[in-house]
Design a protein around this ligand. Sequence first.
Ligand code: PLP
Length: 428
Amino acid sequence: MSRSEDLFAQAQLSIPGGVNSPVRAFNGVGGSPIFIESADGAYMFDADGKRYIDYIGSWGPMILGHNHPAIAKATHQAVDRGLSFGTPTAMEVTMAEKIKDIVPSIEKVRMVNSGTEATMTAIRLARGYTGRDKILKFEGNYHGHADSLLVKAGSGLLTLGVPNSPGIPEDFAKHTLTVTYNDIDSVRSIFAELGDEIAAIIVEPVAGNMNCIPPVPGFLEGLRDVCDEYGSVLIFDEVMTGFRVSRGGAQEHYGVTPDLTTLGKVIGGGMPVGAFGGKKEIMDYIAPVGPVYQAGTLSGNPVAMAAGYAALTELSDPELYPRIFARVEKLLDGLQARADAAGIPLTTNRAGSMFGFFFTTAEKVTTYQQATECNMEHFKAFYHSMLDQGVYLAPSAFEAGFMSGAHTDADIDATLAAAEVAFAQLAK
Ligand code: PLP
């Protein structure tokens, strides 16, 4: 038995499912999760001392690679000054200014402790601001685990939300309408019926929780138009795409400006941080200036702010994003070529430093439906072969992959060599 297997057996006695967040349990791929002890640059090291090339990056935050010296130094210095004060600090002001500078649609910003808190509050704010109850989201888009947002409902148009998890009252879920991602007609027709009751559209501008599915041309622009027409708030959930698809996020890359933006992951440099921000007029509905309540004992925590600020500062390196994007291209082109050579049906998607690959005969994957129809047996077998060979991919076919600034050409070459072996095993 490996040390990871030992630890997992022990963990299950004290932690539900042995994990503090479900996807970590490997239910999507089978087998036992790997317990990580340390990480550096592009690598993670497990409890048995094995090294992995990491393409999860802590599910997104680690765009600069693990244990980045500037973030580590800033964090250590902040720890020495005290862990938490529960008062305003100068660093919170500096951080807010930095975010505004990088994401120009944000005129005011409030820091929270996770992406879930950010989206939950953005929804409350949109409802308070518009005086409407309903919200519109997209099937397969994940916005954290707040009640309003943990609603999936069937594909296509629907009028009543169905709870995705027991514990969410039907009465609550019915205010969440769910339509098809990348299908602007489904949005238009539900707005034609209920538009005056819809407070907000919330969208992952690049869907990263059903593998990686970029918006089709015109989709985000269409959402902007519909919100303008009906007086609804457009919320871009950039918890994953923020500082990733480009420095200014998906909104910068696609040139569509939301009213509110939610942020997380990269913004904390690896510490638990989230944020929501946007138009001053809407943000001033938040307490203490406005009536919509939101608060947090540890919000704007000085250690978390120091780590996040150091991370955002490093993103100004003009060579960082072109380098990461080139690595993504090399990885995906290499995967495609090797899958083709082995006769394994595969297609890939990319958006900046996010990527995805799909075991399917479809030429391009643009919908949730297509993502769910991929060959799961191929994915699982490929996943385990890569893991055995020291390549750490997300243990689910419905998660995006993440490249960091620490990945080298040699890491990509090693990954592609492993993939060649994995595809050959699949082809047998
Ligand atoms: N929004 C998106 C797009 C996410 O990908 C996630 C998490 O993966 C969340 C919100 C929730 O963030 P957190 O896990 O920090 O609560």
